[in-house]
Ligand binder design. Structure first.
Ligand code: ADP
Length: 497
């Protein structure tokens, strides 16, 4: 009997990946391909939808070829994706009408400021859980419809489809112009700023506000159900597409943060923290986002989310800006060369500050430098700054949520740094857990797809196979913790002054 596998497609901001997971939730094969980042002008970031598609298709072929696994042994396919990135295409020809506008793109920032000025901020936050921002799809869709000649009438005539990247891939994988499915999942829908997270439908008033016809919008489905079958003339095999979630939500699921109050943080270029708040949407008074974690059958789970702009990027700056390390991992060795931060604090507000401060005018600041300061102190201060920013977001979440959390599950490039993880645990007074499988985003998509087709019977079964690689427990004295927090807050005030 041959073994069976789940194929997870992880369509990120810089690359497309395909990963095959076995029944034990382990990676058996993977393939990745980067694609072009199109920087049209400062603040504008686009991707070519056809290149997103071709790169995704090529890694699907590569991963099966490399593993020697036959298409018929793939029992289901899951998709996870960069969220909010906006694509509009013609349903008859399959041609995108414009490039994908990437989540990072700021071209509609002024339109969002105007929404706030015109008093729509509260209404939008109440209905969508989001704070009006250029990140989300709504103003990107409106921009495309308003900027490309002739689109308004084609949109009104129902000729066009809008989708986030999951929708685009779904449509292509299920046959495109030959009967492709135009759908999205509820987590991706919740990032468009057009989806009402309470009534669970596209919000007609918001569609009207942005002048977007309902016919453009994909059908919204749960995260774990059979959406359709892959078209074998496209993929080379026929399998159900049965799991879809945006990247941060998929990661929360991959971490098996399935109980209310469980929280994960991803340490990449920036940090993404997200907490499962159970069946109730928690409105934020601290400018965090309320969003949908997932829907499985009738069970709907909400989440609170906050992000830090500069985390691992502060370590890149030590390498590229200061030239004091040769690569990111050597920051640990350099930092271990000194006993402590020597009173040095670094606020890496290199592009303003994200949650919970949302201060675009804050700037990078280093305080407490003396004649005894060395590059080791800089490295330590930079690593500590990541953990201190994470603490600020976590504290804001605790305030909104009304109670504390018991552990933090971690992933992302910088979570491999043991000094950082130990300091994170110390400064939070909380256990930090690093899982054995670090590809939690793809794993989450695989879990969702596999559960839908009975490859795994239940979440209980998944819990049995989940293992931690390492636990970090708090060991710093309370005095020391308070000293760090006071030093950080002083530096933060300077960065913001
Ligand atoms: P992204 O998905 O945002 O590109 P990754 O999860 O690949 O991010 O992580 C890359 C980031 O993590 C980089 O900013 C890098 O500086 C940082 N990083 C990687 N390894 C380490 C390490 N051992 N110590 C500290 N930072 C690290």
């Amino acid at each position: 009997m041959s073994d069976k596998y789940i194929l997870a497609l992880d369509q990120g901001t810089t690359g497309s990946r395909a990963i095959l997971f076995n029944r034990e939730g382990q990676i058996v094969s993977e393939s990745r391909k980067e694609f072009t980042q199109i920087y049209v002008k400062p603040g504008w970031v686009e991707h070519d939808p056809m290149e997103l598609w071709s790169s995704q298709l090529s890694v699907i072929s590569a991963v099966t070829a490399r593993s020697g696994i036959e298409g018929r042994d793939i029992v289901a396919v899951g998709i996870t994706n960069q969220r909010e990135t906006t694509i509009i295409w013609d349903r008859k020809t399959g041609e995108p009408v414009y490039n994908a506008i990437v989540w990072q793109d700021r071209r509609t920032a002024a339109a969002c400021e105007k929404l706030e000025k015109d008093g729509y901020g509260n209404m939008i936050q109440k209905r969508t859980g989001l704070i009006p921002d250029a990140y989300f799809s709504a103003t990107k869709i409106a921009w495309i419809l308003n900027s490309v000649r002739g689109l308004r009438s084609r949109a009104s005539a129902g000729e066009l489809c809008f989708g986030t990247v999951d929708s685009w891939l779904l449509w292509k994988l299920t046959g495109g112009v030959n009967g492709g499915i135009h759908a999205t999942d509820i987590t991706n829908a919740s990032r468009t700023m057009l989806y009402n997270i309470h009534t669970l439908e596209w919000d007609e008033e918001l569609l009207k506000l942005f002048n977007i016809p309902l016919s453009l919008m994909p059908e919204v489905k749960t995260c774990s159900e059979v959406y359709g079958m892959t078209d074998s003339t496209v993929t080379g095999f026929r399998a159900p597409l049965s799991g879809v979630a945006g990247d941060q939500q998929a990661s929360l699921f991959g971490h098996l943060c399935i109980n209310e109050g469980m929280v994960k943080n991803t340490y990449g270029t920036g940090c993404f923290m997200i907490v499962n708040t159970g069946d109730k949407p928690v409105a934020s008074s601290n400018r965090l986002l309320t969003t949908i974690a997932w829907q499985l059958g009738d069970e709907l789970v909400y989440a609170l989310e906050g992000s830090v702009f500069i985390a691992g990027a502060a370590i890149q700056w030590l390498r590229d800006g200061l030239g004091i390390i040769k690569d990111a991992p050597s920051s640990e060795e350099l930092a271990l060369g000194v006993e402590d931060n020597g009173g040095v604090y670094f606020v890496p507000a290199l592009s303003g500050l994200g949650a919970p401060w949302w201060d675009p005018y804050a700037r990078g600041t280093i305080t407490g430098i003396t004649r005894g300061t060395t590059s080791g102190h800089f490295a330590r201060a930079a690593l500590e700054s990541i953990a201190l920013q994470v603490r600020d977001v976590l504290k804001a979440m605790e305030k909104d949520y009304g109670r504390g959390f018991s552990e933090l599950r971690v992933d992302g490039g910088a979570s491999s740094n043991n000094l950082l993880m130990q300091f994170q645990s110390d400064i939070l007074g909380m256990e930090v857990v690093r899982p054995a499988v670090m590809e939690t985003t793809a794993l989450g998509a695989a879990y969702l797809a596999g559960l839908a087709v009975g490859f795994w019977d239940s979440i209980e079964e998944l819990k049995k196979q989940w293992t931690a690689e390492r636990f970090f427990s708090p060991s710093m004295s309370d005095d020391k913790v308070q000293e760090h927090i006071a030093g950080w807050q002083k530096a933060l005030a300077m960065a913001r002054s």
